[in-house]
Write a protein that binds this ligand. Sequence first.
Ligand code: HEM
Length: 421
Amino acid sequence: MLRWWKRSLLLVFFKNTGVFYKSPANFSYWWNFGFIALYFLLSQIVTGIVLAMFYNANADIVFNVVFNLSTEVYYGWWLRNIHANGASFFFLAVYLHMARGVYYGSFIYPRHMVWVSGSFIWVLMIATAFLGYILPWGQMSFWGAMVITSLLGALPGVGADILFLLWGSYSIDNTTLHRFYSLHYTLPFIIFILTMVHFGLLHEFGSNNALGLNNSVDYIPFVPYYGLKDGLSIIFILFIFFCFVIIAPDKLGHSDNFILANPLVTPVHIVPEWYFLPLYGILRSVTNKLLGIFLIACAIVFIIILPFFYKTALIRSAMFKPFYNFFVWLFFVICLLLGWVGSLPVLREYFLVGLMCTIVYFIWFVLLPLLNSFEFGIYLVYKPLTNDIFRFGLLNVLIELGSIFKLFWLYNVYYVFFSFS
Ligand code: HEM
């Protein structure tokens, strides 16, 4: 029995990849967001399955069904609020997880495929959240779906056919709701499978860390050290999460979704959920529909292939690369500004800010390989010329420079934000 236990493939797999996973000794809390994302993925699947037991995808009654779910079903309000707010927290965890990856250079070779697999998860998450948003059949559900799906109608030649396939009809109605419901139920399982692939790829080369220390030498087992640390961060996040669920469950939603979907009345200001806002900001920065779809597709593809823009990294972390540091902060600020613009009504000033941010977003990716070669060049010239003491001295100067750039960007955000609002 003991021998079987020891040899059991599943157990060996679990032991090597989980409990005794060789983790760098210096993980900061930024390395906890992967685990937090995993928690929310599982929570969404479990609450989603139970919600589906009470849901009825019939456009004539669905609005009341969802309302009754909150008021009549035993603890239905609780389930629904956990699922709705869980989507936001899931995206928040994944965005912070991605930002960590960009800042500390975790996406760079040899972990490029970890990044690529993660990006596919992100794309599926976008699709799943978009499909799920139609299910309560409120005004914003209906019109959000209408705005985004109609974009596909602009594709030359195939647009109308794709729309018909997606809607199952000549407009969004009962058939569309059925299709979206079915796909919304299915996609999370594909996300789960992809997450397992993500873990497999991660474990091939092990985790990165903030200082770039060699983790085949300086490592500790995952359990108990990071098991406890992840547990602590989950407790902290759940505290904030349940404050939303219990005290302000609708804070992250839109008030128009308390109104039954009406194809004859368009809401004054159609906005998607906050996690789509940067992409929506890009879409709204041009006036041509087709160009809008093209830009969104490029924005997503560029994120997926990010590791192929920036290939060499003798030093990974932005902490030690002032130019890259500046670039990374520029990117974060641009994404935030795009999100902010996406949430505003279409006015000339906002439109111009959105347009400028979109241009900078794409230029950022184009300049990245140049930055990479430039930094690599500096390293090659500078390394043989200097001794260690001088090198560390210069490193400190570079880190300071990085902080100054950071302040500069924060000041810019402050300036742009307050001059328009
Ligand atoms: C369902 C969503 C996801 C889950 C559950 C997940 C989970 C994880 C976990 C548990 C880790 C190891 C711990 C950590 O570094 O935080 C990890 C590492 C990583 N993930 Fe994800 N992830 C998800 C989505 C993504 C996305 C969207 C990206 C990027 C586009 C991404 C990129 C990475 C990278 C580059 C690493 C290696 C980090 C390092 O070694 O420093 N992940 N992921």
